[in-house]
Structures are given as structure tokens and as C-alpha cells.
Design a protein around this ligand. Structure first.
Ligand code: C2O
Ligand code: CU
Ligand code: CU
Length: 458
């Protein structure tokens, strides 16, 4: 089997059972960052970035509690570093340039070795030249399987993202300063697994685990399924153990950049019927982003046959002893541009945390936004003083929202909190993973123009 065939998992409808631990026997799995081309529109788009020449970044499979060894090799002239979004792993494997490793130049490789403590849906993307490489395609999904099979008939990964292309399928600039200073710059070609409205076959009457991942650089998707025979079973990787209502066209789910939702879907019975993942994009009618199409004779499953997923080993914060830290996200009056060293600057500062724009990936002697003591509980108060939404992401730790000034938030374990306009949310966590953990907005234009910092756990 050639390595490309071995890696191709992206968008595949095939069940993933048995793929966990891929590559372990024969040394590390090699991921080669390289130029790619693909027909995102009718014409082939050149200048993409992926891990193979003609395909999206593959789904990477691992198993909870089993070591993964991923050798990332950079063949691009630009620097890079790879980050594993949502995985609570050792700090030195986190892939953040200057903070946890040096950027990798052309021809260099880095051996990422870690044991995912949690099962669920995660993803990977570069954290150096982040805007350029993500906008050109380098965002992939990671599936960490439960040690025990949860009993689905099949699985479907949907990697949602936009591309900014001109009529001929060539890349437009990834951002505009106007966009970066506001909600971000949106793509105009909407894809799932790099395709427009792909359709995947699944067994009639079967139970599908649908893993939806927003890897876009900017867009907050408003999603729903066009079936009532479904349930949300995990949120940002972690099993949901409270009842979360199924989103509808009238009350869609907001999924910000970096966020994931897993549905259990019971397929209809009739040949040719389908279940669609619907999105409401501004100024457009509700549209299907991807479809699951019924094939074959019914396997006659029932959603009630699924046992709840096993909780991940997340420590529950003790609110009675938790110390409070405050963070304000907003514009910056300062102007200037961050010093991003080898990792690319957008050339502006528009945003800040606690009124200080991030001095840049390569800045020297920059202190943490907060220092937390290992093993202690904390409440972080996150306040958005801007009119734009911000998916605030913390590396290396998982947290639970406990209150908001605007809405009731279910206590779902997460790594990315979507802050609404004028919203103040308190999140709680146990600081149980030592290291310097990046803390930033996942609208990449905000991240790269000041809305970044880090939290230290000692
Ligand atoms: Cu998904 Cu700091 O990243
Ligand atoms: Cu991350
Ligand atoms: Cu933001």
C-alpha cells in the first residue's frame, strides 16, 4: 500500500474501526506539508497547502490512551509548526512557535509524540504562517477513538471551510485590513471536505456518527440537520451529558472557528432519502453543506440503542476555592504591528487582550496574561467589549462555562468559547497541565492582529 492511500481518510464514508493507531507498528506516521492543487470550483485551484498533492489534509486517527507519533516535515519555503487543537498533551508537543518550539524551516521536520488523554473530535492546523497556510487549505480533522466501541454503523467527518477565490478559481488575498479590524474577511466558496455539497452513502436505518468541524479562519456557521432523528452527543470533543436541544432552521447551532459538534444520526429507511447538514449563510437561502444518502436494505437501528459516551478524564473545578482572573477582549488604540519573526505578520495591530495587543509570536520577554498554580481551580471572566464575536481558545486545558450575562449556557466541556457581542462569560477549569498555553481568538485575523496571549501553569 502506498503512503497516500494509507493516509487518505478525509471525507471517506468508511467506518473507522480498526484504523486507530495507524502507523504505530512501522514508526512514526509522516506528514509532509507541501503545495497542492484541487478543483474547489470548476477550475483547479493552484497554490494550496496540504499533506499530499491533490487531496485535502487527511483525517488523522488515534485512540484514547495510545501513543501517536507524527513526524511533520516542511517542504515549503515558508516556516511552519503544527498544532493539535483541543488535545491536552505535553506543552512541548503543542506546536506553538517560540512559545513551545522553534518554527520549522524548509526541509526541517519535527517529531510530535503524544498520548491523547481524551477521546473525541479534534483537529490540526499550523500555528506559524497561520493565516497564509490555513487560508490555503492546511486544516485537517483528528479523530481520537474511544477505547471501547460506542456502537455506530458508520462515521462521517465533515470539515467545513470557505476559500476566497476569484472567478477563475485563483486565491484572492486571505484578508483585508477592513475585515481584520471587524468580523474578519469571509471566503466565498463554501466547502465540506474541500467539496461543494458532497454526498456520502450510509446504510438505510443505520446509526451514523457525524463529526462536524469548523476549521474556517473566520466564519461562524449557523447549522442544523434536516431530520429530527438525531442527537448531539459531543461538543468540542467531549461527551455531552446534559440534554442539548437539536438545532433547527429557526434556532440553528452557532459553531465558531475551531469548534466541533458530534451528532448521532439515524438514517431514514427509504433508498434515495437523505439527511443534510444545513447552513444559513448571510444573504443566502438555507443550503445543504453536505448530505448523507441512504443506501441498501435497512439495518433497522434505533437511536435508543446507543449508550452514552464515556466521560473524558477532565478534573471538575472546585468553585468554592477558585481564584478569579479577568480578561477583556477589544480593540487597541495603539496601532503598530506585532513582531512575528518567521511566522508572518498581517502588518497591523487592531485587537488586544486586557488592552494590550500581543507583541508578536517572536516577541522577547513577554509575560503571561495570568499564572495559575498546577492542580488549583480557577474562574476566568471573559468580557467582550467589542461588537464582533470572538471564539476564544485556550490550549492544553479543558474548561466549562459557568455563566453568561446574556444567555443560559449548558455546562459543556470545551476548549473554545464563542463570545457574543457584549457578552461576559465565566469559565472554570483546573490548571492541571503545566506549561505556557496559547490563549487567543480563533478568527485568525484577530489572532494575528493582537488578540493573542498566553496563560502559564506552573
Ligand atoms: Cu486551533 Cu492556537 O489554535
Ligand atoms: Cu489549540
Ligand atoms: Cu476575535
Amino acid at each position: 500500500m502506498k503512503r497516500r492511500e494509507f493516509l487518505l481518510g478525509s471525507g471517506a464514508a468508511a467506518g473507522t474501526m480498526g484504523l486507530g493507531g495507524l502507523g504505530l507498528a512501522s514508526g512514526p506516521q509522516e506528514l509532509v506539508i507541501q503545495p497542492a492543487s484541487f478543483a474547489l470550483r470548476d477550475q483547479v485551484t493552484e497554490g494550496m497547502v496540504s499533506l499530499s498533492p491533490n487531496a485535502p489534509p487527511p483525517v488523522l486517527y488515534g485512540t484514547q490512551g495510545e501513543e501517536m507519533r507524527l513526524k511533520v516535515r516542511n517542504t515549503l519555503p515558508d516556516y511552519t509548526a503544527m498544532h493539535w487543537h483541543g488535545l491536552r498533551i505535553a506543552n512541548k508537543m503543542d506546536g506553538v512557535p517560540y512559545l513551545t518550539q522553534m518554527p520549522m524551516g524548509e526541509g526541517e521536520a519535527f517529531d510530535y509524540e503524544f498520548t491523547p488523554p481524551d477521546a473525541g473530535t479534534y483537529w490540526y492546523h499550523p500555528h506559524c504562517m497561520t493565516m497564509a497556510q490555513m487560508a490555503h487549505g492546511l486544516t485537517g480533522v483528528m479523530v481520537i477513538a474511544e477505547a471501547e466501541d460506542p456502537g455506530f454503523d458508520s462515521e462521517q467527518v465533515i470539515n467545513l471551510r470557505d476559500f476566497r477565490l476569484d472567478e477563475d478559481g485563483a486565491f484572492l488575498p486571505a484578508f483585508t485590513p477592513r475585515g481584520a479590524a471587524r468580523a474578519g474577511t469571509f471566503g466565498n466558496v463554501h466547502t465540506a471536505n474541500w467539496r461543494r455539497r458532497p454526498v456520502y452513502d450510509h446504510a438505510a436505518g443505520g446509526l451514523v456518527r457525524l463529526r462536524v468541524v469548523n476549521t474556517d479562519t473566520t466564519r461562524i456557521y449557523k447549522l442544523n440537520l434536516d431530520t429530527a432523528e438525531a442527537r448531539i452527543i459531543a461538543w468540542d470533543g467531549h461527551p455531552v451529558d446534559v440534554v442539548v436541544p437539536l438545532p433547527s432552521a429557526e434556532a440553528p447551532l452557532l459553531l465558531g472557528p475551531g469548534q466541533r459538534v458530534d451528532f448521532a444520526v439515524r438514517m431514514p429507511e427509504g433508498e434515495g432519502q437523505a439527511v443534510n447538514l444545513m447552513a444559513k449563510l448571510p444573504g443566502q437561502p438555507l443550503r445543504s453543506m453536505a448530505g448523507l444518502r441512504v443506501v441498501g436494505a435497512s439495518v433497522a437501528r434505533d437511536l435508543r440503542e446507543l449508550k452514552p459516551l464515556t466521560r473524558n478524564p477532565i478534573a471538575r473545578p472546585d468553585l468554592s476555592s477558585a481564584e478569579l482572573h479577568e480578561f477583556v477582549f477589544g480593540w487597541t488604540p495603539e496601532g503598530g504591528a506585532p513582531n512575528n519573526g518567521f511566522c508572518g505578520s498581517l502588518g497591523y495591530n487592531f485587537w488586544s487582550i486586557n488592552r494590550m495587543p500581543w507583541p508578536g509570536d517572536a516577541a522577547q520577554n513577554v509575560g503571561p496574561l495570568a499564572t495559575l498554580e498546577r492542580g488549583k481551580s480557577y474562574v476566568l471572566r471573559l468580557r467582550n467589549e467589542s461588537p464582533n464575536l470572538h471564539p476564544i481558545h485556550l490550549h492544553g486545558l479543558a474548561f466549562v462555562p459557568i455563566k453568561s450575562n446574556l444567555r443560559r449556557l449548558p455546562p459543556l466541556v470545551t476548549d473554545t468559547m464563542l463570545l457574543l457581542k457584549d457578552e461576559m462569560v465565566e469559565i472554570a477549569l483546573v490548571a492541571d497541565n503545566p506549561g505556557d498555553w496559547a490563549f487567543h481568538c480563533h478568527v485568525i485575523e484577530h489572532q494575528k492582529t493582537g488578540l493573542t496571549g498566553f496563560i502559564r501553569v506552573v
